[in-house]
Every structure is written in structure tokens, then in C-alpha cells.
Design a protein around this ligand. Structure first.
Ligand code: ZN
Length: 273
């Protein structure tokens, strides 16, 4: 997880249709606040056609360099990702696997600062409606209450600096404080398949570093000659492979790189921007 900067202005549909629909939800809540708190009510239902609009998805995907905002896995043709509400729109859980409380943050359903793009595992399998606060008593229960008094335990990639709360020892993610620990649990950042991907990524990078040490300048060293012979490459092809490896290594900690947070924690001398 690394810091994310959202581009401005926000997608126009959020201000246009989103604001209008939020007004309707606010009126519904004001008309019957008690009913909106019933566990199974769906009075304050938001419209996924607005926040899931292609323009919203595209802008989030671009701002996040085509990576999940939490686990930093790159989206592929087979993993599309979800528009994720940092503060859950329909209901929230204060405790992990605890009861769902309503209403959720319905007034933030189309709020640009509350929207992210995340992989389906981080969003659906893990975080879901979990949104613990350090001070549950200060939770905003409606649009009339103040949000700024809340102290969320989960890290917000735009508001927090994830590197102050999370670090890595090789591929293993560690919380540096309770917010880091809570975020690891909530987003499943230590799930086995993700650890496996990070291990493979680190292995690949180390190999890039080693290959990048070769120059293939004439006369060739013995290891360089052996390398070319084993792979049946010409000197020019060897040079090209080594140059590519150096480039991959140099770009491994950029905002746009997969698992940049892990790479930065391991190789803090690599360029970030
Ligand atoms: Zn993810």
C-alpha cells in the first residue's frame, strides 16, 4: 500500500447525478431516522450506476496506476476490480466479523474522496463493511453529523502515509502500529496468495539485478560468455536483455510499479518518482 493522489476535478457524474440522489437519501433519512437504523432496511440504497460509471472507474484506475489501492496488485484482463467505498455506504461493522450497523455512510456514496478502486479480494473477501473507529462514540451516524471527529483505524491511502504504519521484511508485511495491524487484517494483506505473488516478485527483481550487472562489453567475461552460450543469444541480444533488466530494477519502486511499497521497504535507495 502506498500513498494515492486523486486527480481533480472529480468525474462529472458524481456531482451531477450523485449530488441529486444524495439529497433524496438525506430527505428519506430525515423523514424516518429510526427506520433507517433497522438492521434489514434498505431505505438508503445507493445507485451503483452512478459510482460504477465508466468515467469514475477509468479515473480511479488511472490515479492508482492500474493497481489495487490496498494490496498493490496490478489489475489484469481477468481481474477487473471494484469501485470501493472507504467508508461503507450501506452499513458498517465496528468489530471484525461483528454485527452490521445501519445506516452506513449513505451521504458519501458518490463522494470522490471516499471512492477507490480495489481488487475483489481486498474488497469483497476481506474489508467488506468493516470500518472500525478508535472512538466509536464519535461516529457520524447521518449526513448532519461531523465526520472530522472520527478516528478511523483503517489506513486511507489518500489521507495517511501507509509507509508510516506498514513495512515489509522481505515479502512479509508488518504493522508498525495498531492502524497498520488493523489494515493488514481488514484488507487481507497477509493472505497466502498475495504473499506468494510478492515472493515471486522479489525473486524476479533480484534476478533482474543480477542480470543487470552484466555489460557484455568486449572482451566478454567468462560468466557473460557462458550466459550467452547457454541461452543461445548474440552479444547484442545479451546487451539488450541486461539493459532491460537494469530498467526493470530502476523502475521497481515507482508509484506505478507493482508492490512498490514492499520494494521501497527492501531497497530504499531506488527512485520513487
Ligand atoms: Zn487488493
Amino acid at each position: 500500500m502506498i500513498k494515492v493522489t486523486k486527480s481533480q476535478p472529480a468525474p462529472a457524474i458524481l456531482a451531477r447525478r450523485g449530488t441529486r440522489h444524495v439529497r433524496q437519501l438525506e430527505k428519506l433519512q430525515e423523514a424516518n431516522p429510526a427506520a433507517c437504523q433497522a438492521p434489514d432496511n434498505t431505505i438508503l440504497h445507493s445507485r451503483d450506476g452512478i459510482y460504477n460509471d465508466t468515467t469514475v472507474k477509468d479515473q480511479l484506475r488511472k490515479d492508482q496506476h492500474k493497481k489495487c489501492c490496498y494490496c498493490e496488485s496490478l489489475f489484469t484482463a481477468t481481474s477487473y476490480g471494484d469501485v470501493e467505498h472507504f467508508r461503507p455506504k450501506a452499513g458498517y461493522q465496528q468489530e471484525w466479523e461483528g454485527p452490521l450497523h445501519k445506516p452506513g455512510y449513505y451521504w458519501l456514496a458518490y463522494e470522490w474522496s471516499n471512492l477507490f478502486f480495489s481488487c475483489q479480494l481486498c474488497n469483497q473477501e476481506y474489508k467488506g463493511n468493516y470500518f472500525p473507529l478508535r472512538n466509536q462514540a464519535a461516529r457520524a451516524q447521518s449526513h448532519a453529523e461531523v465526520l472530522s471527529l472520527e478516528q478511523p483505524l483503517l489506513l486511507d491511502p489518500t489521507q495517511d502515509d501507509p509507509e508510516k504504519h506498514l513495512t515489509f521484511v522481505r515479502d512479509a508485511i508488518k504493522g508498525l502500529d495498531d492502524r497498520g495491524e488493523e489494515s493488514i487484517r481488514a484488507f487481507g494483506l497477509d493472505r497466502p496468495d498475495l504473499i506468494k505473488s510478492r515472493i515471486e516478485h522479489l525473486k524476479g527483481l533480484r534476478q533482474m539485478y543480477m542480470l543487470g550487472r552484466f555489460t557484455f562489453n568486449l572482451p566478454l567475461s567468462n560468466p557473460e560468455q557462458e550466459f550467452l552460450d547457454a541461452l543461445k543469444l548474440s552479444v547484442a541480444e545479451g546487451r539488450e536483455a541486461a539493459e532491460e533488466a537494469r530498467q526493470i530494477w530502476q523502475e521497481a519502486a515507482l508509484d506505478s510499479a507493482e508492490y512498490a511499497g514492499m520494494v521501497r521497504a527492501n531497497f530504499d535507495y531506488l527512485p520513487r518518482h
